[in-house]
Design a protein around this ligand. Structure first.
Ligand SMILES: *Cc1c(COP(=O)(O)O)cnc(C)c1O
Length: 219
């Protein structure tokens, strides 16, 4: 299958999952995860109409996205990987959505940089729903307090929550937990679901699914 065919298949599966869950068509956005792929691999996907992309590294993204964004207006680029505070300025410059706000230090660095640059990308808080030591994210029971700190003390508007469930577990309970936390925090967007489980995530209310290998192929 070509990359265009794989993209179409993913879009069809998203539409079907929306119907199955009696959700409005288009209520689960596709974030095409292009990490490790070159600009030339990404161009056909842009040409096929995809505008929302996700990358997990700031430096890698700086090598390809400024040119791709200049070629096509309307690209929305999401940072979906861990962010170091010394990369906050670069991240604010390039990304339209930062999904991985995961500690106070990075929230403060982003708030400072947003003021300096006069730019305000949308921000999501990453939640470590499985409490995995090697994984980034705020603990579920600290999420509400962290969102409140971002909003009240740092003046950041937090629009969503994001999670990556443990690879070896049924993702459903993790998606349900993220949806419950979002409700408690008054947060609208839910970034959850990847190539292996995006239909499940849509059932649990995902507003954005991050799909890489099902579109671009194995990394
Ligand atoms: C790589 C990545 C994805 C996409 O994973 P696939 O299994 O290739 O769809 C989604 N979310 C995050 C945070 C990632 O790093």
């Amino acid at each position: 299958m070509s990359v265009e065919e794989r993209l179409q298949e993913v879009k069809d599966r998203i539409a079907k999952a929306e119907r199955y869950s009696r959700r409005p068509a288009g209520s689960a956005a596709l974030v095409a995860v292009s990490k490790t792929f070159e600009a030339d691999d990404i161009r056909p996907v842009i040409a096929a109409g995809q505008r929302v992309f996700g990358e997990n590294r700031v430096q890698e993204s700086q090598g390809k996205w400024p040119a791709l964004k200049a070629e096509t207006p309307g690209i929305e680029l999401h940072l979906i990987g861990p962010l170091q505070s010394n990369k906050a300025a670069d991240a604010i410059e390039l990304f339209d959505v930062i999904e991985t706000v995961d500690r106070e230090k990075i929230a403060r660095a982003l708030a400072d940089e947003m003021k300096k640059q006069g730019k305000s990308p949308k921000l999501y808080v990453q939640v470590n729903t499985g409490l995995e030591p090697q994984k980034a994210g705020i603990a579920p029971k600290e999420t509400a307090a962290f969102v409140a700190l971002c909003r009240e003390e740092l003046g950041l508007s937090i629009e969503g929550l994001m999670c990556i469930p443990p690879a070896d577990e049924n993702p459903g309970p993790h998606f349900a937990l993220l949806a419950k936390l979002a409700k408690e925090c008054g947060v609208e967007k839910l970034s959850m679901g990847m190539s292996g489980d995006f239909e499940t995530a849509i059932e649990f209310g995902a507003t954005g699914v991050r799909v890489g290998s099902a579109i671009f192929g194995a990394r």
